[in-house]
Design a protein. Structure first.
Length: 735
């Protein structure tokens, strides 16, 4: 009897213990739910519903558990019996990357603060747009996505308040549908604020209001660009989209036109005179702004004197002038598919500063004495005056070398031999040989693309490149060595690549059949060069070059005297293009300051200018790519309807990117349109796998595709996989 009683008592206690565990488990679930929904309040009924608690005992336990959690301090309760998490959040500032209509990422100003980007659901963005600087509350625990999530508390700075788009007009109101892919909201415009814009015209619209609770912002049209689809309208749209200027401020133009052309005797006396030394320029056939010239003469000791003479822009553009202000604001010339948007007004860029033939021109030079093996035995840096004997287009100069005839062919040939030796020495020291593919269009008078070709880089291009690199290197080292890098200067730096990213790239290259060893840190550049040589002229060249560049660090301007990995230079700067790059003007100013015995200025203001210049450089590159993409889309819309060979250049969960080998144009096949199977994305291996057929679509696959749609507004090309039997959306590899 005693034993039976003991067993009964034991069973009863076990039940109580089990109930205790259930209560602890439920408390943990409730706390996790409130933490995961940080900043939101819920009553007991809402919590029961959200956690899908169905049994009566557990439902009854929820409210007492909540009160215990309140007593313990992990949950707070308001006067209406609503509960919320008391966990301390992090607060950070960062930049919005609005990747799609459903969510955005915040790129923290301090990446170490929270360990990476923060996911923000669209409802928690507080009307922040792509590129905005924001203050964010970071939720204490990761969300269902496994990512750190948060909520925007405040927009600190709008990145832009003007957008380019196409007007859609209905009887009572109008909307502007933005071209910018990361602007996911149409902009409401009152009929009276259209500035006369008609349906389907491209306009610039400025945001005027966005009240809390409104789904869309309201704006006013500030400029009507014209009918969508016309060449001039679309190019102007790209200019406006990237904030590129349409004209110069009146004051800057007036200053440029007021500059005297005549060079004074005093100015000539202050410079080394190279007017009697053979000098020439070599530039693209359609160039008008000649930044650089090369002088050549043989010395009595048998060595060669090679001068790299650069337009002395800062002689004409003085600090605290309207010209200087505008040059700084633009920071770079921009080369769109059909035009140049120059940094300096035409009177300077194509006139006063341009090193035109048969004219005396003021220059800043780096002059080298070299032996026949291309070893620099001496050099001099300072201001010069030149008189160019000849203006060559690249093609003309190359023909002189190839045919061993024409003006100064012997000098050009010797310079070419020196350049090849300098280039060889550079690669032996670890420089990386990136030969990126450059697409050019032949346009008619209306801007319609008639043809597309890949620009070929010949010896003459490399000749000019090597001497410009040499001048940039020696100028940077000259300043660095003065005081062991403590003097403020503007450097062009390029960090070593991240090994993890290189490992990923190596995996991509392997899928194309190329082996690349990245285990030896000291031989990374050798491995990269071996790969670049292997892929020359092959269909995968452009894809792999672009992937390689993306795996590298970005080059930038900075006052920190770091090295340049890609060029294998301990110190490097940009000295050779002041007509089209503001950092080169900064370099000229600092160089002049130090040559005249000046002391080092404080670095902070120069560093701010470097950051601005790097940002403007990126803007220019993005605009140039957009203009090329626009012409590629237009070209493919007019191209022959046929199957094209292509290479899978990217794989994402929503689609497959394919670069068409013949035209170098990239389009996308959407997963939702691939109806032969249901495809799942394998992110680790960058591939899609058919759940039924196990068919794999992988980065690097050679495929046949056809164009099904082109959208000039969005600058997109929609593709589908092609098959000989024309069955829709079936990927087919070809040999």
């Amino acid at each position: 009897m005693g034993r039976k009683s003991d067993r009964k008592h034991s069973k009863k206690n076990k039940g109580k213990q089990s109930g205790g565990n259930d209560a602890s488990f439920l408390a943990k679930k409730i706390l996790q739910f409130l933490d995961a929904n940080f900043g939101q309040e819920f009553n007991a009924k809402q919590i029961i519903k959200r956690l899908e608690i169905r049994d009566a005992v557990s439902k009854e336990a929820v409210e007492p558990i909540l009160y215990r959690l309140v007593d313990g301090g992990s949950v707070s309760r308001n006067s209406r019996n609503y509960f919320s998490s008391t966990k301390d959040p992090d607060f950070i500032t960062g930049t919005v990357d609005f990747v799609n209509p459903r969510f955005a990422f915040i790129i923290p100003d301090d990446p170490e603060a929270v360990g990476g980007d923060i996911l923000i659901k669209e409802a928690d963005l507080k009307q922040a747009l792509d590129g905005d600087k924001v203050r964010v509350m970071v939720f204490p625990i990761k969300g269902k996505t496994g990512r750190t999530e948060g909520r925007v508390l405040e927009i600190l700075e709008r990145s832009r308040d003007e957008f380019v788009g196409r007007v859609e007009i209905s009887p009572r109101f109008a909307f502007v549908v933005p071209d910018f892919k990361k602007m996911h909201k149409d902009i409401f415009v009152h009929r009276g604020d259209l500035m006369g814009a008609e349906h389907n015209e491209k306009v610039i619209v400025k945001l005027s209001e966005w009240r809390e609770g409104d789904k869309n912002p309201t704006g006013k049209v500030t400029r009507v660009l014209g009918k969508a689809g016309l060449h001039e309208v679309e190019i102007h749209s790209i200019m406006a989209e990237f904030g590129l200027p349409f004209e110069y401020p009146k004051e800057a133009d007036e200053e440029a036109n007021a500059i005297l052309e005549k060079i004074s005797a005093k100015e000539i006396k202050a410079r080394k005179d190279f007017r009697d030394v053979l000098t020439f320029t070599i530039d693209p056939v359609d160039a008008k702004d000649f930044d650089d010239a090369i002088s050549y003469r043989e010395l009595e000791n048998g060595n060669l004197e090679i001068g790299v003479h650069i337009a002395d822009v800062t002689h004409y553009v003085k600090p605290k002038t309207a010209l200087e202000k505008e040059a700084f604001n633009r920071a770079t010339s921009v080369y769109l598919v059909d035009r140049t948007i120059p940094m300096l007004p035409e009177r300077l860029s194509n006139g006063l500063c341009s090193l035109r033939p048969n004219e005396d021109k003021l220059t800043f030079a780096c002059v080298f004495e070299m032996d026949k093996s291309a070893k620099v035995v001496n050099h001099w840096i300072g201001r010069t005056i030149i008189h160019s004997n000849r203006r060559y287009a690249y093609e003309e100069a190359q023909e002189c070398i190839d045919t061993q005839s024409g003006d100064y062919f012997q000098e050009l040939t010797l310079l070419n031999e020196l350049a090849k030796k300098i280039r060889k020495q550079r690669f032996e020291k670890g420089a990386v040989n990136f030969e990126t593919v450059e697409v050019k269009f032949k346009l008619d008078e209306k801007g319609t693309p008639l043809g597309l070709f890949v620009k070929e880089r010949k010896d003459i291009h490399k000749l000019i490149e090597e001497f410009m690199l040499l001048a940039n290197k020696y100028v940077a080292e000259f300043i660095y060595k003065k005081n062991n890098g403590t003097d403020t200067f503007v450097y062009r730096t390029h960090d070593s690549p991240d090994l993890d990213r290189l490992e990923t790239f190596s995996g991509f290259a392997k899928r194309f059949g190329h082996q690349m060893d990245v285990t030896n840190v000291q031989k990374i550049s050798t491995a990269l060069n071996k790969l670049m040589d292997e892929i020359q002229g092959k269909p995968e060249q452009n894809v792999l070059e672009q992937l390689a560049i993306r795996s590298m660090a970005k080059a930038k301007y900075t006052t920190e005297p770091k090295g340049h990995f890609g060029l294998a230079f301990p110190h490097y700067t940009h000295f050779t293009s002041p007509i089209r790059r503001y950092p080169d003007m900064m370099v000229h100013r600092l160089l002049e300051h130090y040559l005249e015995g000046g002391k080092s200025p404080e670095a902070e203001s120069w560093e701010q200018k470097c950051v601005h210049s790097s940002e403007r450089e990126k803007r220019a590159a993005d605009a140039e790519r957009a203009s090329i993409k626009y012409k590629q889309v237009e070209y493919m819309s007019l191209a022959e309807q046929k199957d094209y060979e292509g290479i899978v250049s990217g794989v994402t969960e929503w689609g497959v990117f394919v670069e068409i080998t013949e035209t170098k144009c990239e389009g996308m096949i959407r997963v939702q349109d691939m109806d032969d199977d249901y495809y799942e994305f394998d992110e680790r291996n960058m591939r899609l796998i058919g759940t039924r057929s196990k068919k794999m679509i992988t980065l690097g696959d050679k495929v046949l595709v056809r164009v099904v749609n082109t959208d000039i507004d969005r600058r997109t090309i929609d593709l589908e996989f092609a098959e000989n039997d024309r069955k829709k959306s079936r990927p087919r590899a070809f040999n």
